[in-house]
Design a protein. Sequence first.
Length: 271
Amino acid sequence: MRITRVLSTALLMAGLAASPAAADSSPSASASASSDDSSAPTQAGTSFRTATELDQGQQATASGSTGDYLYWSFAADAGQRPTVKATVKLPDTHAGETWQLDVYDGLRRRQACQYGAATRTAAQGTGSLDLACTLRTVRAWSEQWANDPLPGTYYVRLTVVDLQSADLGQPVSTELRVDSKDIGGSAAVDGSLAEPLTPGIAVKSSSDEDSSSTTSAALSSIEPDGGWSSGWWSDRWVWTGIGGVLAALAGIGGYALTRGSGRPRRVPPAM
C-alpha cells in the first residue's frame, strides 16, 4: 500500500507539471487577440529593402497593379511554425493568370513550404484567389550548409508569374495574414544563434545635439511578443525531468517488491 501511494502521488505530480507544457504546445492565439486592426499595414513594399513590417496576427491590406511585386516582413522565433495566408481580389474581367507566394528568411534564402498552395491559377473571370504557405518549424540553431529556417525577420513576396499581356497593369487588392503555431520541445535543438537574423532593411534619419541631420542604417524594428527567446529553454526539460522521476520511482518500487520481507524463513524442528 505504501508503494502504491508513493507511485500515485508521483504520477499526480507529473501530470500537474506536464499540464503547462502541454498548454504551451497548443496554437498561439495571443498575437491574434492582442493585435490592433487599426494599426495593421495598408500598403506593401516593392522590394526587400522597403518591405512593410507586419506583426503576427495582423490583417494587412494593400492595393496594386497586376505585375507588381508586393513585399511584407514579419518576425518568427525558435519553436514557431509560421503560416502565411494571402487573398488576391482580381478585377471583374481578366484572362487566366497564376499568382505565387514566396517566403524568404533573414538571409534572403527562399524557404520551402511544408504544405499549402503557394502557387495557384485563377481561371478567367475568377473574383479572388487564396494562397497559403506553412513553413517548417523555426530552429534555434542550424549547420552553416543547411537551409533550415532560423529566428529572425522573414520576407513575404506576392506577385503574378503568368498572365496575358492585356491584363498587365490592372488594379488588384490583396490581404495578408501571418499566424504561428508553437511546436515546443519536440523541435528544440542544443544550440542557439548569437543574434536573430534581422538585417538592415531601411534608412532612418536622426538628429544629434547640434540638430544636424545624419543618416544611419536601421535594423528591423519588429520582434515577437516578449522579445527573442534565449534558445536554451523548452518544455523538453520538463518532460526529461518527469521521465527521470518516474524512472527512479519505478526502480525503488521494483526493488521493494523483489527484496522480500527480509526475515529468514523458520525451519520446523526435526521430529
